[in-house]
Ligand binder design. Structure first.
Ligand code: FAD
Length: 437
């Protein structure tokens, strides 16, 4: 797969989640030569992770009809895929530097669609680095891939914020009863008043309302505590308990896993590197998903955290537009506007409460890659100053975890994105360097 030389496409898509898959199908069916790149071993992104290559197998292994259909459509479309491949930087204009485990090479594109998705937001609190404390979606992914022990004897608390908490809860309930862990509670930091308002506003989004009702029914026996958040986790060498508060009282729950994430943060690093303008932390696009950078489109979570349905609509629009079928692209713009209103509603509902800024103690690590504590960071005046003096944000995650946390805790802006956007091999660095000469 890793033959050398630039791989050239009319339309190159970064990310094979729902947005990237929809973009690839739309562009390829419109006659463009299309390449799709994802650093995972296969397509599916976060929500459809581990989607088997065969449609029937996909259905049999519990993937729902929509996933299997999109996957079959992707298989039928003339799309060249590059899985296990990561874009690490921009090369010369119109090219990107990519690497696999074995090789470094470049892609050349006429139009680029960024569909890089989102990641969980983590907030530091005492004990958050203990084994057993994980992101909610991260824990789900590890369970799906068989990387963490699971069974009836394990007790799970899901905490943080956002609809992902409910999705992970429902995932637990769908597990075979022989291996299903005990789900003790879901703690949502957003106050009950906002959740009620959200539920009321869902009346204007029929499909979403149905999904929300299905989730609540699936989780009928599980306490869903709004206005509740974790303040401390503890145990001897691994998680044994979590302390939760609702602002008035604090209590301890014994558990083996704390699946904890505070909504999602868009992956905008590549877009920023390519000069795309952001607005409110998201990539700014027009009605056909065009960014402010020439020949660059963006779809899915980097444009707004709106869930799989929004990602699919935006992906299709971007795919058609990038392939020059602007009429087809514009057919879905009304549907897209409604989807974006839903994304805005999510942002408003799951906005973080101020009390969460008080979670870290002086010795709590904020940057867990470089072991930088809250107290060490608090001495600095901004992200750049802190980075220069403490190395925060300079470890393997390149600030993807501590950057959004520092932004929330201190109000710092992560002011620049530099290549490579992921730790890269020396060969890739050389290629990036030679592109600049
Ligand atoms: C950890 C996690 C778990 C989630 N689980 C659920 C769930 O169970 N149910 C639910 O409804 N929603 C879930 N979501 C939300 C869900 O991801 C979105 O609703 C939807 O998948 C968005 O689709 P997307 O195509 O925009 O992004 P994604 O599905 O995130 O796809 C983006 C893809 O781009 C790849 N990528 C990013 N940058 C690069 C690069 N530089 N080079 C190569 N590849 C790159 C990523 O690895 C990823 O595969 C989850 C989100 C997260 C972060």
């Amino acid at each position: 797969m890793s033959e050398r030389g630039a791989k050239k496409f009319d339309v190159l898509i970064i990310g094979a989640g729902p947005a990237g898959i929809a973009a690839a199908c739309a562009a390829a069916e419109s006659g463009a030569s299309v390449g799709i790149v994802d650093d995972n071993p296969g397509p599916g992104g976060q929500i459809w992770r581990g989607l088997p290559a065969d449609e029937n197998l996909a259905r049999k292994s519990g993937h729902d009809g929509e996933q299997a259909e999109w996957h079959a459509r992707l298989q039928r479309a003339q799309v060249k895929h590059f899985y296990g491949t990561r874009i690490v930087a921009q090369g010369t204009p119109g090219t990107l530097v990519a690497e696999t485990y074995e090789d470094t090479f470049s892609f050349e594109y006429k139009k680029l669609i960024l569909a890089a998705g989102a990641r969980e937001r983590f907030l530091p609190f005492p004990g958050w680095t203990l084994p057993g404390v994980m992101g909610a979606g991260g824990w789900q992914s590890l369970v799906k891939s068989g990387c963490v022990p699971i069974g009836n004897q394990f007790r799970v608390v899901i905490a943080g914020s956002g609809p992902l908490l409910l999705a992970v809860g429902a995932f637990v309930y769908k597990m075979d009863s022989q291996v299903r862990p005990q789900l003790l509670m879901i703690a949502e930091q957003a106050p009950a008043s906002r959740i009620r308002r959200f539920a009321f506003k869902l009346l204007g989004h029929g499909k979403k309302l149905l999904e929300a009702m299905q989730l609540r029914i699936a989780l009928a026996g599980v306490p869903y505590r709004t206005g509740t958040w974790p303040i401390r986790a503890g145990g001897a060498g691994k998680l044994e308990w979590v302390e939760l508060t609702n602002g008035q009282k604090t209590w301890r729950v014994e558990c083996d896993y704390l699946a904890c994430g505070f909504h999602l943060v868009p992956n905008t690093e590549l877009a920023e590197l390519l000069g795309c303008e952001l607005r409110g932390g998201f990539v700014r696009v027009n009605e056909v998903q065009e960014t402010t950078a020439e020949n660059v489109f963006c779809a899915g979570e980097p444009v707004g955290i709106g869930g799989v349905e929004t990602a699919l609509i935006e992906g299709q629009i971007a795919g058609y537009a990038a392939a020059g079928k602007s009429e087809s692209a514009r057919k879905s713009t009304r549907e897209c506007a409604a989807a974006r209103r839903f994304a805005a509603l999510l942002e408003e509902t799951f906005a973080l409460r101020g009390e969460l800024r008080e979670l870290p103690a002086a010795d709590t690590f904020v940057c867990r890659c470089e072991d930088v504590t809250f107290a060490r960071l608090a001495r600095h005046s901004g992200w750049r100053d802190a980075k220069l003096h403490t190395r925060c944000g300079m470890g393997p995650c390149q600030g993807r975890v501590c950057g959004p946390a520092a932004e929330f805790l201190f109000g710092w802006k992560v002011d620049s994105v530099r290549p490579p956007i992921f730790p890269a091999r020396v060969e890739s660095l050389a290629m990036i360097g030679s592109a600049k000469e």
